[in-house]
Design a protein around this ligand. Structure first.
Ligand code: ADP
Ligand code: MG
Length: 682
């Protein structure tokens, strides 16, 4: 049902929802909370610890005072209970002076700051005692919202959407009850309700289990039904070793590391055997996977066949295009690269398509647009997917279908557990690149507080004047008051004014026009911009070795592996690189997590520590459910649910391979496919 069917949601609110990718009631009920407000019982004032979110019940013991300094005003007063007293501060709300007369009793809920004796609670929410009593123990959902949309509006809309959705769209639980019972899972409809409005932590846990199970179960079914994955495929026309690749190896400005060379020889062996290759190359960021892809494509081209090279973002695809074109020219390689991305003009797409159909173009480089649109190859021999973890598996499978016997090479910087690899790819060989190229200096990391930003900016200016470049990464594109997070647009505006004139700044994010994006990225790569302020759209693969400083805003908001990926954009050349993580949270947890990234540069170790440190809930609700990236993360962090989903899907498919006896499951699989990865939200 259209979102506007919800009472209170008009054109304007609907357009705000649309910004978040929510069109209808189904989208809305699947937009899971990012967190929950928990209303815990009140604590005595003496027990309210600094840095923590507390509720205290106190009597106002001094009449409120209004103070002013410049444009800032604040109201302060003291509250007490049997255990002690503390002050309460409200900023920029002088009218509150009259709301808290001496003698008033209220529950104040907010973050506590300061030391014993000088303790205060800043900007709390005040409740009447009975009111707080009713709230105690409740959990209210908190959503990732956008400017103009409050959590309150959001909650109300979700509540109505849940009702409309279950009245109109739900046709009972699609999961057969025997599976549900065997696996000990909650009913789907109840889980959908409970994930938004849980009555207890236990209910929340159960609802998440059910929803994550569904994501995995449906996903595995889809992969198994679509994929030929697993069986050894006979190679259509075995390739032969060629002199071109050896010549390239000799002429490269660097020598391959031992691991790179070993990996390349394994690939060469696969591609020249009678079976089709199915190989995963795992190598940490900066380990040099691109050159391996180029060698493989070259082998394919020299054998007179075509290859594709896929990247998860246009920014990365364009960068690969630049690298390959440069190398092709410099070394006179028999490669004719063709760029194919979603934002090409219709005419350019047609031209690219023709070149591939005729066989003139022998290396297609692009984004998933390559899969979604009808591209025909004359003779596809090799499909390479870069940064595989960012894709759904669906794309990989449909690509392999374009060339029945094509070799498949996937490259990833994220370690994949063996069980998951087996589900995704069936029988798959793995090459690991563990060494980094010689001469790389270890990245130096620091975690700083918001108060140290100026020092960081100074350091960036200093490095720029030494000829280097820098990235500043923000967690969101535009400002919104609710979240208080740094936005790329806001940061760009601020720094364009604050930094000295000789520092050239640029802005990059997923909602920009593709042409603009391309131009900014090229300018940065050419050194015509010094500081690039960006969202995570540069997370994967971007390679500008002269960029040696990265500052990450609200670093506590990112996943640890994601921080590691981001940091992988620096430390790519011989110069010393620096990564500055800005921690704007005061929790111990944030400190501990960021310390992991500060203290090691090893991606495998970080991934491991990340799993240990985060609760099962943390991966849930950061984005919309059902996205490939999210399912993927869930499968890694919840191995017990994964094996449950694996077992149940195997069992189901063995009794009903086409699922013709389970139409509800089939339609649910299609539904999941609808919620796809959208680069523009980065
Ligand atoms: P990733 O594995 O993250 O995709 P890239 O392939 O982008 O890494 O390589 C990072 C940088 O290292 C590139 O500038 C590349 O030219 C360079 N590089 C790759 N292999 C070597 C090597 N053996 N020695 C020196 N530099 C290398
Ligand atoms: Mg790469």
């Amino acid at each position: 049902m259209d979102i506007k069917k919800i009472q209170g949601v008009g054109e304007k609110t609907a357009s705000l929802f649309l910004k978040l990718g929510i069109r209808d009631t189904e989208d809305l009920v699947h937009y899971f909370p990012r967190d929950y407000e928990r209303f815990s019982p009140t604590v005595p004032i003496s027990g309210a610890a600094a840095g923590e979110l507390c509720a205290v019940r106190g009597t106002v013991t001094s009449d409120p005072l209004v103070r002013r300094k410049g444009r800032l005003t604040w109201v302060t007063f003291t509250i007490s209970d049997e255990s002690g007293s503390m002050s309460v501060v409200f900023f920029n709300a002088p009218f509150l002076k009259n709301a808290f007369k001496k003698g008033t009793v209220r529950v104040f809920r907010g973050r506590v700051t300061g030391e014993a004796g000088l303790k205060s609670i800043d900007q709390p929410v005040a409740y009447k005692v009975e009111e707080y009593g009713a709230l105690t123990g409740q959990m209210l959902p908190v959503y990732r919202v956008t400017k103009g949309l409050t959590s309150g509006t959001f909650r109300k809309a979700v509540k109505t959407a849940l009702r409309l959705y279950s009245e109109n769209d739900v046709k009972g639980d699609y999961l057969p009850s025997e599976i549900r019972e065997r696996a000990g899972l909650m009913e789907r409809e109840r889980a959908l309700y409970a994930v938004h409005f849980p009555e207890s932590e236990a209910e929340l846990r159960e609802s998440r289990n059910r929803l994550l199970f569904d994501d995995m179960f449906l996903f595995i079914l889809k992969v198994r039904m679509e994929g030929s994955g697993g069986k050894k495929r006979i190679s259509g026309a075995p390739m032969i070793r060629v002199a071109e690749t050896e010549r390239l190896l000799e002429r490269l400005p660097f020598e391959l590391t031992g691991d790179q060379l070993k990996t390349w020889r394994e690939i060469e062996g696969d591609m020249t055997s009678e079976y089709a290759m199915n190989r995963l190359v795992q190598g940490d960021v900066g380990s040099g996977k691109t050159v391996i892809a180029l060698l493989s494509a070259l082998l394919c081209a020299a054998n007179g066949r075509q290859a594709v090279f896929m990247a998860p973002t246009e920014v990365l695809a364009e960068q690969h295009m630049r690298t390959v074109s440069e190398m092709t020219e410099r070394y006179g390689l028999p490669i004719k690269p063709v760029l194919l991305t979603g934002s090409l003009s219709a005419a350019a797409k047609r031209e690219a398509g023709e070149s591939l159909r005729s066989g003139e173009g022998n290396l297609a480089i692009g984004t998933h647009a390559l899969f979604q649109e009808k591209v025909e190859f004359r003779d596809l021999g090799l499909a390479i997917t870069d940064e595989q973890h960012r894709f759904g598996v669906r794309q990989r499978v449909s690509l392999a279908e374009k060339g029945e016997s094509a070799h498949v090479l996937v490259m990833s910087a994220t370690p994949i557990p063996r069980t998951l690899a087996m589900i995704l790819y069936g029988d798959l060989s793995v090459s690991a690149i563990r060494q980094l190229p010689a001469g790389r200096k270890k990245i130096r990391n620091a975690v700083i507080g918001a108060g140290d930003r100026d020092t960081a900016y100074k350091m960036i200016c200093k490095k720029v004047r030494e000829g280097r470049q820098a990235y500043i990464i923000c967690p969101q594109i535009s400002e919104d008051e609710d979240s208080g997070l740094k936005s790329a647009e806001g940061c760009f505006r601020e720094l364009s004014e604050r930094l000295p004139d000789d520092i050239r700044t640029g802005l990059l994010h997923g909602r920009m026009d593709p042409r603009e994006k391309k131009e900014v990225m090229e300018n940065f790569a050419r050194g015509q911009l010094d500081v690039l302020i960006s969202t995570t759209v540069i997370e994967v693969g971007v390679n500008v070795p002269n960029a040696t400083v990265m500052m990450i805003e609200n670093a506590e908001r990112f996943g640890l592996s994601q921080l590691h990926q981001l940091r992988g954009r620096i430390g790519r050349g011989d110069e010393q690189s620096y990564c500055i993580l800005v921690n704007t949270s005061s929790t111990e947890k944030a400190k501990e997590r960021l310390a992991v990234v500060r203290d090691t540069n090893d991606g495998f170790e970080i991934a491991q520590r990340d799993l240990e440190l985060r609760g099962p809930g943390d991966i849930f609700g950061s984005r919309q459910s059902g996205e490939p990236g999210e399912i993927y993360e869930a499968m890694i962090s919840r191995p017990e649910l994964l094996s449950l989903a694996d077992r149940e899907s195997t069992c189901l498919l063995s009794s009903d391979p086409g699922l013709s006896g389970h139409p509800l499951i089939l339609s649910e699989i299609r539904r999941q496919g609808r919620r796809v990865f959208d680069e523009r939200s980065l």
